[in-house]
Design a protein around this ligand. Sequence first.
Ligand SMILES: [Fe+2]
Ligand SMILES: [Fe+2]
Length: 254
Amino acid sequence: MPRIAHLSDLHFGEAPQDLVESLAADVIMAQPDAVAVSGDLTRRASRDEFARAFAFLEMLGAPRLVMPGNHDIPQGNLVGRFMHPKRRWQRARPEDSAEELTLDGTRLIGLDTVSRAQWHLDWSAGGIRPERRARLAAQLEAAKGLDVVVVCHHPLRHGAWAISRRAPREAGATIELLRAHGVKAVLCGHLHQPEMMRLDAGGPLQVIAASAFSPRGFGAPNGWNLVTVGHGAIRVESRELLADGWHGRELLPA
Ligand SMILES: [Fe+2]
Ligand SMILES: [Fe+2]
């Protein structure tokens, strides 16, 4: 069954080099079939941060599906944010970057949930515009018969501990689309704390990864998730860096 290294919230720009090297060694040792990155590669979307993030991912060796997060578009530069929010992201990405990966009966599909602005003050929140959902619907249609895992930055629903955070715009319609197509799981990040929950009764699992490198873990250690998926089942091991090294624990639905 395919084994996916799910990394999120790398935040190059605030990533300690020894932690980067330690996590890379742990991922490489696990020999995943693919690496899925659910956004926030950078702290401030600078060229240097993107270059370091993509060089790090290249080092992991496995095929990669990499999606952007809210930190991967300009933060303070409003002209850049509105006129060409993805310019640096597009320029930094390797030309052959995948937005879908197929692994022995499992298909990973990337969904961009990054939004330039909101009608409220939390501009870190995401959104799924109808055209993005239409594209996703076509991708899901084409993946019939496969175990589908969607990779995006923003959680589509928040657990009780994060209820004050805004869900992405039109998250409800997106969850309904995923449920209707029998999607197995959504891999995401943004909250910097590992968690698993069911999005809907009988619907997809939502799996959140810790921040790989950011010190802003809100009490959670840095880490990544090893996701094994296939034959309709999914198992997630949260890999966490504790004081005495790397440990794995199985994530279960909250
Ligand atoms: Fe983040
Ligand atoms: Fe984020």
